[in-house]
Design a protein around this ligand. Sequence first.
Ligand code: CA
Length: 233
Amino acid sequence: MDKTILIIEDEVAIVEILTFNLEKEGYRVISALDGEDGVRLAKEQNPDLILLDVMLPKMDGFEVCKYVRSRMNTPIIMLTAREEEVDKVLGLELGADDYVTKPFSRRELLARIKANIRRRVLDDNTETASQEEGVLRFGDLVINTNSMGVTKNKKPVDLTPREFELIKFLATQPNKVFSREELMEKVWNFEFYGDLRTVDVTVRRLREKIENNPAEPEYILTRRGAGYLFQTV
Ligand code: CA
């Protein structure tokens, strides 16, 4: 699903270059040349992120920011032209999530956009997850068995499908020891003939991704001679 970015900026040349670059990155782009139109589009289209200029006709960027923030949690990146504007963005506590100073580099802006959209998605996931079935929470580790996503300290953890199946299997039956043979059969879905070290290797990789200190794991523990377990406190 394409993410929609709303650009509110009165300099047509900037709108054009931003639109071109963002569309190239796969975003859907809509734009407004003044503050009033920007607010209208924000309400109608509920974009995933807003790029907001400060000096705008009809309604300036500060007012737009305040207005949008009072009604929606859309991330807002302010496009500021001068240091004074930066001071004002920070000082007014308008609720802007970020700002970039013109002239900005394409790479920097894209990185900020990505980071702000991701943060918003994670916040949303965390909010809905609390009442959602299939979401397992262990302190700062969250395993969403519906979306097959794992986050650690709200940051996504990149797991292979097998790593995910393994942590899901262990975490849905916490504090219970499973032998490597059992894990082979349940997680790898075949009767065991193969190399049990596959299990050890996968556990090790998983620990490197989810444990604070993989050498002293807090989640996936080894019971020597017995197997592995997912520990909850
Ligand atoms: Ca302007």
